[in-house]
Design a protein around this ligand. Structure first.
Ligand code: XLS
Ligand code: MG
Length: 375
């Protein structure tokens, strides 16, 4: 069996927000106690020591609180934020973790309830921009490879009051500013920035719903398209829009835009399940075929678990233990998916009919003997 870093997965990343997740849903409160970011860092460091992951990622808000009155507290050595960032970095460095992506939370604070970069209020757009700058500086401090824009609350419920003439210009301005700020400040840790599309949730409709929309926007509307890629969330976000993960990675690779993967499992056409990879009633074949496609294409990159444990398995009496188990399960699932993908050999299927090729790929994937067909 291939080790994770001999195939297409260069690093396995465990983001702060997935480990810290207290398992709230719209019908019930937190199952797990909220834990401090230092505690989250220690759990991820544990996972790195155990050999389950090599990288992490975070939103600004996962690491330190944000106070709109102090937009530059990260630069002030006397601020608690400044100190906390250093404590966090010491834990991650000691564990040898690299930092995949930093992303600005423009969804958590209720100020941004009607959008971040596309908020119709210019004062809130200005505030969002300052928060993005601070996040970019924090990412620089951690040596992040990417800055990620997740579409988040940039969306709508009421089409009649969206400023359709301006809304995509505001979005392009906000993303162009990410590039300009990184270049002006000479933050050369960043190899690029990404857009993470999602069709809905938290908004009824979001302005960049799918990977196709994201690529179109990058190539057609941004000033520096070469700097921007996409991190699709598969299976979740594309499955919510009834799209297929295999096609998504094939398309993004052909457009040279697949920066890294957010990874988990999903029931098609549902709300954002964020099931851990391979967990749940569907998704096995799609997940495995996605890795077959990535292998055949020759893509290599980071796979980041962007999901959370099932709410039903959160254990308030062992809230650290169940969080560790979640990481272990996700890494195990990735290992299973890669091992199954390794068995599938498209070259051996080429001369078969489509149905025979599909069935044979299942026989290969499961390492089955051919079943007996006759009595
Ligand atoms: C939510 C998204 C989010 C991003 C990071 O659905 O997956 O967690 O990945 O902001
Ligand atoms: Mg995601």
């Amino acid at each position: 069996m291939l080790m994770f870093n001999q195939g297409c997965v260069t690093q396995r990343s465990v983001p702060f927000w997935t480990v810290g997740n207290p398992l709230v849903d719209p019908f019930g409160g937190a199952v797990l106690p909220k834990i401090d970011s230092l505690e989250v860092a220690r759990i991820i460091a544990w996972a790195a020591h155990e050999g389950y992951c090599e990288a992490t990622s975070a939103h600004d808000d996962d690491l330190v609180p944000w106070n709109p009155e102090q937009p530059e507290d990260d630069l002030d050595p006397s601020s608690p934020v400044y100190r906390k960032l250093r404590e966090l970095k010491a834990i991650l460095d000691e564990a040898g973790l690299s930092f995949n992506t930093i992303t600005c939370s423009l969804h958590g604070n209720t100020l941004f309830r009607n959008g971040g970069l596309t908020n119709p209020d210019p004062e809130l757009r200005r505030l969002a921009r300052l928060k993005v700058e601070r996040t970019i500086r924090i990412g620089h401090f951690f040596g992040a490879r990417y800055y990620t824009y997740w579409v988040a609350r940039d969306g709508f419920e009421v089409p009649a009051i969206v400023d359709w003439k301006e809304v995509y210009n505001w979005l392009a301005d906000g993303l162009d500013h990410v590039y300009d700020y990184i270049k002006e400040q000479k933050l050369d840790n960043y190899v690029g920035a990404t857009v993470e599309p999602k069709p809905n949730e938290p908004r009824g409709q979001m302005f960049l719903p799918t990977s196709g929309h994201a690529v179109g926007f990058i190539c057609g509307k941004l000033k520096h398209p070469e700097f921007w890629g996409v991190n699709p969330e598969l299976l979740q976000h594309e499955s919510m829009a009834l799209l297929n993960a295999v096609m998504t990675v094939g398309y993004l690779c052909s457009m040279n835009r697949l920066s890294f993967l957010h990874f988990g499992c999903q029931i098609k056409a549902q709300f954002d399940n964020d099931f851990p990879p391979l967990i749940g009633p569907e998704g096995l074949k799609e997940t495995v075929m996605m890795f077959v496609a990535l292998r055949e294409i020759g893509w290599k990159g980071v796979v980041e678990y962007d999901c959370h444990m099932l709410r039903a398995e959160g254990d308030p009496n062992d809230s650290i233990g169940c969080r560790k188990q979640f990481i272990k399960d996700s890494t195990r699932a990735l290992g299973i998916a890669l091992a199954l993908a390794e068995r599938i050999r498209p070259q051996e299927l080429a001369k078969l009919t489509q149905s025979a090729a599909d069935l044979t790929s299942i026989v290969q994937m499961c390492a089955l003997p051919e079943p007996r067909l006759t009595r």
